[in-house]
Design a protein around this ligand. Sequence first.
Ligand code: SF4
Ligand code: SF4
Length: 261
Amino acid sequence: MESQDHPAGIAPVRIGLKSRFRFQCHKGISCFTRCCRGITITLTPYDIILLKNRLGLSSEEFLSIYTEPNLLEKTDLPVVILKLLDDEQQSCPFVREDGCIVYQDRPTTCRYYPLGVASLVHREGADDEGFFFFVNEPHCRGFEEEEEWTVESWRKDQGVDLHDAVNAQWTDLVVRKRSFPPNIHLTEKAKSLFFMVSYNIDAFRRFVFESSFLKRYPVDAKTLEKLRTDDVALLEFGMQWLKGVLFRPDAAKTETPPAQG
Ligand code: SF4
Ligand code: SF4
């Protein structure tokens, strides 16, 4: 989980895959589930696929019940964050006294915690090179435990490698977009295509199969059959297609600064 407690302008300390730390999180710890409240969780495309399938919802239903829109800092790319409950502690909708009810399918950010990953947040200093940092929330007592990890072994233990692999093309798009000069903006159409492929996979499936898409972008029969039912395959296909679309000259416009004087 990620909270926004680094004051703006203070760069988090970068750590790498071989960095070591002591940490353990378990039900007996005094702060148990404290980090599942008052948090900002940016959802990745794979997070949404796992959660909506686990909950038996369409991607539209999941988006409307469980998310709210946001913008990724330094880009004009739309992202979605988990909508917290309107209770005193602003709890995650999936937290209960004895833990997370979607634990096997919990989001990428929750898996990384107490580490933050630079590609999922964009605070000052957390740039595009795929590094990690400690979220460092004062209420987290897990650092007082004995178990020792490297960033690498923590990622493996938390099953985050697979999440990162499935999200790799999306992360790459986000990172490339961040490197655009600030006066270059994506068109509304380009942004809505990015949103659909990234977060609303069921709408993208309809777009592929029920519009003239396949006439303009032919796909072989075997791949097509897979795309009908496999959300992850469709996401990977969509990201590949999106790369071509978003980096075409007509997907962006340059904003001219107002004339002086
Ligand atoms: S999804 Fe699970 S682990 Fe993540 S904040 Fe919610 S309850 Fe906690
Ligand atoms: S130890 Fe840290 S990660 Fe575990 S429940 Fe407590 S605050 Fe959350």
